[in-house]
Design a protein around this ligand. Structure first.
Ligand code: NAD
Length: 493
C-alpha cells in the first residue's frame, strides 16, 4: 500500500488534465476562461480548469449528435461495443493511482475510500460492458398473420450532470450504461470536482472511443448545466445532485424539448434501532459510519437515527465512543478516515446546522471547526441527541457530519416519524424480530431499505429514491433501460 509520502511524491509528478474534451480533442473553453480547482485540505490551488459556457455546450451537443447520427457507437456490433468499454475499464485500472489522487486533492476524499470507490467505478464499466450482448428484445403475442417486435434503441444525446461527493462513481453509474446502450454522452462534472472526469476523458481517448461519443464540459452549474438542460438537441439529462437543482432540470425540460430527466437527489435517511437488537456496540459502530463516511457528504447518509427508549442512553454512549474513530486527518494519509469538507461554503452550512442542533437538542460531541488543522475546511464529527422529528435538523439535508438522534417508543412511532419527511432515499431497521423487520421494510417510504445493516449494495441492485429524493434509478439493468427508447415494429405477413 502507498504511504502518505508516496502519495505526495505522486502528486509532484502527476500532470493534471485541465482542458475540456469535445469531439475527440482537448480544448480550451471558448474565450479561454478558467476556474480554480482548490485542494480543501490545504486551500492550495490544484490547477486552473477550462470554464465552459453555452458556446462550448453547443459545440459538444453538435459533435455528440453528429457521432450519434453516424452510428459511431450504436452501430457497432454489440461484441465490439463491449470490447471497447472493457478496454476503457482496463485503461482506467492502469491509471488507478492518478484517479485516486485526483479525487483526494479535488474534494479531500481520504485515499483509502477514494481507492475503494474508484474500484467500484471500474466494476461498473465492466458490468455494463458485459451486459451489452446479453440483453434481448421482445416479440408481441399476435396472430398467424402478423409479427410484432419490441426493440430498444439508444436515445441519442445524453447529458450527465453529476455532484462532487463521489465524482468517479456517480459519473460511472451514468456514463457506463448510457454508452453501453449506444448513446453519445456529455459529462458535466461538478465545479468542485473536475479532475477525475478529465482523466476519464484521457482514458476514453486512449481506448479509441469514437470522437463526439464522449465529451466532458467542466464549469459552473448555471453556465453549463442550465444550457444542457434547456438545449433543444439534448434527449436526456441524467442528474445527481440537490433536490433544488433536480427540480430546476424538470423545469428546463418543460421549457425546452420535453427531454427525459432522471434525478437522484437529496436525502434525510432514517436508521431505526429497536431495543431487542443484537450487539449494540456493532450497531453503534455502523451508525457512526453511516453518518461520518465521506464527512457526511453522502446522499444516503444515515442522518436521522431513531433509537428505542429502553436502550437510548446506553446507545448514545456507545455512539459517542465510536465517533472517536472518525478523527479528522490528511486525505493523503492511508490511515485517515475523515477528511475536510469540500469547500468553505459546505463547512459553513454544516457548522450552521450544528448550531441549529445545539438549539433544538443536546449536543454530545463535535459541532466545531477542527482547531488542530493547520489549514483546510475541517469540521469535527457531530452528534446531537433529543432532536424533535419536526425540527429543522431532522427535516433538512445537512450534507455534513451532523447526526440527529431521536428517541421513540414503538416501531409504529418510529415508522411514522421516519416517513414524515419530504425525502425517501435510504433507510434501515435493526431488530431480531423478523415480523417487525419485514413489516417496517414494506412500509418505509424509501427506495432502499436495509435490515440489520447500513449500506451493503452493489451494481446488481437499483439505487434511487422515493418522493423528493428523485425520479428513476441508477445501477442494475434498470439503468441500462432508462437510456433507451422503446419502439414497436409491426409486420403484416
Ligand atoms: P448541486 O445540485 O449543487 O450540483 C449538482 C450538479 O448540478 C453540479 O454539476 C452543478 O454544477 C450542477 N448545477 C448547479 N446549479 C445548477 C443550475 N442552476 N442549473 C443546472 N445545473 C446546475 O449538488 P452538489 O452540491 O454537487 O451535491 C450535493 C447534493 O447531491 C446533495 O443534495 C446530495 O444529497 C445529492 N446527491 C444525491 C445522490 C443520489 O444518488 N441520490 C448522490 C450524491 C449526491
Amino acid at each position: 500500500m502507498k504511504t502518505r509520502a508516496d502519495w505526495q511524491k505522486h502528486r509532484a509528478t502527476l500532470t493534471l488534465q485541465t482542458r475540456a474534451y469535445i469531439d475527440g480533442a482537448f480544448v480550451d473553453a471558448e474565450g479561454g476562461a478558467t476556474f480554480d480547482s482548490i485542494n480543501p485540505a490545504t486551500e492550495a490551488l490544484n490547477a486552473k480548469i477550462a470554464r465552459c459556457g453555452p458556446a462550448d455546450v453547443d459545440k459538444a451537443v453538435a459533435a455528440a449528435r453528429r457521432a450519434f447520427r453516424a452510428r459511431s457507437l450504436a452501430g457497432l456490433e454489440p461484441s465490439a461495443r463491449k470490447a471497447l468499454l472493457l478496454r476503457v475499464a482496463d485503461l482506467m485500472e492502469a491509471r488507478r493511482h492518478d484517479f485516486v489522487l485526483a479525487d483526494a486533492i479535488d474534494i479531500g476524499k481520504p485515499v483509502r475510500f477514494a481507492a475503494m470507490e474508484f474500484d467500484n467505478a471500474v466494476k461498473t464499466f465492466r458490468w455494463y460492458a458485459e451486459a451489452i450482448d446479453k440483453v434481448y428484445g421482445e416479440t408481441g403475442p399476435v396472430g398467424d398473420g402478423d409479427l410484432s417486435l419490441v426493440v430498444r434503441e439508444p436515445l441519442g444525446v445524453v447529458a450527465a450532470v453529476v455532484p462532487w461527493n463521489f465524482p468517479m462513481l456517480m459519473a460511472a453509474w451514468k456514463v457506463a450504461p448510457a454508452l453501453a446502450a449506444g448513446n453519445s454522452v456529455i459529462l458535466k462534472p461538478a465545479e468542485q470536482s473536475p479532475l477525475s472526469a478529465l482523466l476519464l476523458a484521457e482514458v476514453m481517448h486512449a481506448a479509441g472511443m469514437p470522437a463526439g461519443t464522449f465529451n466532458v464540459l467542466p464549469g459552473e452549474g448555471p453556465e453549463v448545466g442550465m444550457p444542457l438542460g434547456l438545449h433543444m438537441d439534448v434527449d436526456m439529462v441524467t442528474f445527481t445532485g440537490s433536490t433544488e437543482v433536480g427540480k430546476l432540470f424538470l423545469q428546463y425540460s418543460g421549457r425546452s424539448n420535453m427531454k427525459r430527466i432522471s434525478t437522484e437527489c437529496g436525502g434525510k435517511s432514517p436508521n431505526i434501532v429497536m431495543a431487542d437488537s443484537d450487539d449494540l456496540e456493532a450497531i453503534a459502530e455502523t451508525a457512526a459510519a453511516a453518518i461520518f463516511y465521506n464527512q457526511g457528504e453522502v446522499c444516503t447518509a444515515g442522518s436521522r437515527l431513531f433509537v428505542q427508549r429502553p436502550i437510548y442512553e446506553r446507545f448514545l454512549a456507545l455512539l459517542v465512543e465510536k465517533a472517536k474513530a472518525w478523527r479528522p486527518g490528511d486525505p493523503l494519509d492511508p490511515d485517515t478516515l475523515f477528511g475536510p469538507m469540500v469547500d468553505a461554503a459546505q463547512l459553513r452550512t454544516a457548522l450552521d446546522y450544528a448550531e441549529i442542533g445545539r438549539r433544538e437538542g443536546r449536543i454530545l460531541c463535535g459541532g466545531e471547526r477542527w482547531a488542530e488543522a493547520p489549514a483546510g475546511y475541517y469540521m469535527t464529527p457531530t452528534i446531537v441527541a433529543d432532536i424533535p422529528n419536526e425540527g429543522r435538523l431532522a427535516q433538512e439535508e445537512v450534507f455534513g457530519p451532523v447526526l440527529a438522534v431521536i428517541p421513540f417508543d414503538t416501531a409504529e412511532d418510529a415508522l411514522a416519524m421516519a416517513n414524515d419527511s419530504r425525502f425517501g432515499l435510504a433507510s434501515a431497521i435493526w431488530t431480531r424480530d423478523v415480523s417487525t423487520a419485514l413489516r417496517t421494510a414494506r412500509r418505509l417510504e424509501a427506495g432502499m431499505v436495509w435490515v440489520n445493516a447500513w449500506d451493503p449494495c452493489n451494481i446488481t441492485v437499483p439505487f434511487g429514491g422515493y418522493k423528493q429524493s428523485g425520479i428513476g434509478r441508477d445501477r442494475a439493468l434498470h439503468a441500462l433501460e432508462k437510456y433507451t427508447e422503446t419502439k414497436m415494429i409491426w409486420i403484416r405477413l
